[in-house]
Design a protein around this ligand. Structure first.
Ligand code: FMN
Ligand code: EPS
Length: 390
């Protein structure tokens, strides 16, 4: 059974649902770990008024008993506190009140293509589901994938490397897990104190000018075995699966694995990771330009992926658009909005990467109980003589 994660829910509807199917039985889960990730996703300098209303927590309504998975689908529910302010506009059932339609699509959002494709006259029917509120449901599901990976010695973590024009110092795939201590204490989830200050300032300056701000976050996965994914078929290549999952994040526009786009301009001798062997370490590399993936498979080095986020589309000084009921020139919908979401998107990226990696472990190692999976991973490590990285 491959791992499936499905989300449902509108931004201002009653709430969000996540169904996670395919985790083994016997996996220990913690409510606290799920809610911690939900809280981390709500943070970050540059978030708007909505985050003052929500206090996300996941209720587990099936698939778990006394803190352990039962092997069946797991359902998680995250309430939208804001629904009480939208009960008429977003009620699943007909209401007495006359609810006005939204006719001003925002450039850069799903609004225009969505109404065309689905035949709506009301942009709200599109924007509610397109909204990145949905990422709370991904993070809830991703938290379970992370627990599964943690049981196998794998940790997924992120940090912000660029906001607007401000870049943190280059780390070139060389970070260790210990380097991430305290990352959530930075208001922009950046590891460098000077860059943090400059990023916060960048957001403040641009926000005052009615601008939104993009940036880049970087993901690491530590503790992976070599050989997840496969070179044999394009559908099984880990690079494709990871890039697809990360690009599905709202406002994500570019993904690089390892040194990614920078590799294009280098000579071959400076683009790859030479192979070494020693008795105590087994095979190893001294560089990690590939970001831990070669030929669509993990190499066993830390997996490193970078994601570029565009500035978010809703602007407090709106861009030009067209009223879809009159076809007259107009300004895009202006509503409450975030101005920078790169730190939050990093937490969403962790969830998406964890879901893909957990799926790869499920595909490769099978097992009905978590102990079966652990035994299968251990047998594989033994066969290839793999020494888990410290
Ligand atoms: C955590 C998060 C929060 C977001 N908040 C907003 C927001 O407040 N306003 C907005 O216009 N877009 C926001 N976005 C981006 C839009 O949801 C996204 O641009 C839109 O769905 C169109 O998809 P695309 O940018 O991938 O083409 C947010 C994205 C993320 C990841
Ligand atoms: C609600 C969340 O993000 C929302 C994503 C979003 C969008 O258009 O994507 C628009 C904003 O919603 P609202 O219109 O209610 O202010 C964000 O707050 C969240 O991250 O939990």
């Amino acid at each position: 059974m491959p791992l499936h994660v499905v989300t449902a829910g509108e931004s201002h509807g009653p709430g969000l649902t996540t169904i996670v199917e395919g985790l083994p039985a016997g996996l220990e889960l913690s409510q606290e770990a799920i809610d911690r990730d939900l809280a981390r996703r709500q943070l970050g300098h540059g978030r708007g008024g909505r985050m003052k209303i929500e206090k996300d927590a996941a209720a587990v309504t099936s698939g778990v008993r006394h803190g352990r998975t039962l092997g069946g689908p797991i359902a998680l529910q995250v309430a939208n506190r804001d629904y009480k302010n939208w009960e008429e506009r977003m009620n699943p059932w007909p209401v007495e009140a006359d609810v006005p339609e939204v006719h001003l699509p925002r450039p850069g959002h799903a609004d225009l293509a969505g109404v065309q494709k689905y035949g709506f006259t009301d942009v709200r029917n599109v924007l509610e589901r397109a909204s990145a509120r949905e990422t709370a449901a991904r993070v809830a599901g991703g938290a379970l994938a992370k627990e599964f990976l943690r049981a196998l010695g794998v940790t997924v973590i992120s940090h912000v490397t660029q906001i607007g024009s401000v870049r943190a110092p280059e780390t070139a795939g060389s970070l260790t897990l210990a380097d991430f201590d305290g990352v959530d204490e930075s208001p922009v989830r950046c590891l460098d104190a000077e860059a943090t200050k400059a990023m916060v300032n960048e957001i403040n300056v641009l926000r005052k000018k009615n601008e939104s701000i993009g940036g880049i976050f970087e993901l690491y996965a530590f503790g992976l075995v070599p050989g997840l994914g496969s070179h044999v078929s394009w559908t099984e290549r880990m690079d494709g699966l990871i890039a697809g999952a990360l690009l599905s994040i709202q406002a994500a526009k570019g993904v690089g694995l390892g040194d990614g786009f920078d590799l294009a301009g280098r000579p071959g001798s400076e683009a790859h990771d030479e192979i070494f062997y020693s008795e105590e370490r087994g095979y190893y590399r001294e560089t990690n330009r590939s970001g831990g993936i070669e030929g669509g498979m993990t190499t066993g080095e830390p997996l490193v992926a970078r994601v570029a986020m565009k500035p978010i589309p809703t602007l407090t000084k709106p861009l030009r658009s067209v009223d879809i009921s009159t076809k007259q020139p107009s300004q895009a919908l202006r509503e409450r909005t975030d101005s920078c979401v790169v730190p939050a998107a990093g937490v969403v990226g962790e969830a998406m990467l964890a879901i893909v990696l957990a799926g790869a472990y499920r595909d490769k190692f099978g097992g009905d109980h978590i102990d079966d999976v652990k035994a299968s991973v251990a047998a594989y490590q033994e066969r290839i003589g793999w020494k888990p990285r410290p």
